[in-house]
Design a protein around this ligand. Structure first.
Ligand code: TXA
Ligand code: MG
Length: 336
């Protein structure tokens, strides 16, 4: 199948593909998603096949309004959910709630009695869902296990012979996936950290458990997707937590005669020898989050064996960056 690259104004074309039961990648403020009609199990199955994703890993239902959610979710957490929707939607917050029986297929929920809902902050995609008239499922539009796509060309690279179209709206603004909060737990629980952190959430609701996604060895994570290998480039990623260690780390790997790339802020990159491949993370953890996945993909395309990547504190807005980088590195940290 020849994948069409659509301009962000070609909403009707994209909606027509969805109506024909085809897959269309769509932009969001976080990463590109792989869209399909959420009400058709046969089409949702194609999403898993295109990504190579395990079928017990449920998908996010993307809506263009809070009202669309209540056609599927039951009302048990409505007051709490509405507080969050009013404060953060459209935006990078995914809300997990119990659903009305029979309203969403097992292909979407992975057989759970809950589902994940999100209203993304992207004009083209909100228009697309509105025009289509139904919610669309959307996992990140990458091959399962690879870094999530923050540019249309990343989607094209991974999925070009497998999907009908990509709605191209340029680079995504946030770069890491949405915060996932589970309202059906005893205490509202962050299952996946994102740019909306626990302090942001605590301004709106009384209680948030934010320790849960720090899963220790042997535990089964509650968001099924958190247990799989993720965001892994071909290269081995090594996290350099202390910026003062970069010089030594580069010298050490240089002496081993291996090819390496360095992903760090501009300040650090100034000190890196010219024969080493580099990718700029910008100036702080916010720009680093935006650039992380593109950097991993870029250095991978240069076939480096090792990527030395700058670590940041996992507090607050650094939680998402640290979580994704740790997964891409298989928790490998540089020790001097
Ligand atoms: O920013 C994002 O959230 C992007 C864009 C495209 O919207 N989407 C995304 O989807 O990251 P995906 O499928 O890669 O991640 C969804 C996460 C997975 O970890 C999945 O296991 C979890 O949400 N999830 C979905 N439904 C769930 C449920 N009912 N209970 C627990 N976890 C659930
Ligand atoms: Mg994903």
């Amino acid at each position: 199948m020849e994948t069409e690259i659509l301009k962000s104004t070609q909403i009707q074309e994209a909606a027509d593909f969805l109506a024909q039961g085809q897959l269309v990648a769509f932009p969001t403020e976080t990463v590109y998603g792989l869209g399909a009609d959420a009400t058709r199990p046969d089409v949702v199955k194609d999403v898993y096949a295109a990504k190579g994703r395990p079928s017990d890993n449920p998908l996010i239902v993307h809506v263009s309004s809070p009202e669309m959610v209540w056609e599927y979710a039951d009302n048990s957490y409505k007051p709490l959910a509405e507080k969050l929707m009013n404060a953060f939607w459209p935006g990078p917050l995914t809300i997990i709630m119990p659903i009305q029986p029979g309203k969403l297929s097992k292909a979407v929920t992975g057989g759970l009695t809950t589902a994940a809902f999100r209203m993304p902050n992207n004009k083209a995609t909100l228009n697309l869902i509105k025009t289509f008239g139904k919610p669309i499922v959307g996992p990140s539009a990458n091959t399962s296990g690879k870094p999530s796509p923050t540019l249309a060309k990343h989607v094209y690279h991974d999925l070009h012979d497998k999907i009908a179209a990509i709605l191209d709206d340029g680079p995504t603004k946030i770069g890491v996936e949405s915060t996932v909060i589970d309202l059906s737990a005893d205490v509202p629980t962050i299952l996946r950290p994102g740019m909306i952190d626990s302090d942001d959430l605590l301004k709106v609701i009384d209680n948030v458990n934010s320790d849960h996604h720090k899963v220790s060895a042997g535990e089964v994570p509650k968001a099924p997707g958190m247990k799989y290998k993720h965001y892994a480039p071909k290269a081995q990623v090594i996290i350099v937590d202390d910026v003062n260690d970069f010089k030594q780390a580069i010298a050490e790997y240089g002496a081993k005669n291996v090819s390496m790339g360095v992903m760090a802020t501009d300040e650090i990159l100034q000190e890196v020898p010219e024969n080493v491949s580099t990718y700029s993370l910008g100036k702080d953890v916010i720009s680093a989050s935006r650039n992380l996945f593109a950097g991993l993909r870029q250095l991978d395309s240069q076939n480096v064996q090792y990527i030395l990547a700058q670590g940041f504190s996992d507090e607050g807005h650094g939680a998402a960056y640290s979580n994704r980088l740790n997964k891409s590195a298989g928790n490998t940290h540089y020790k001097n």
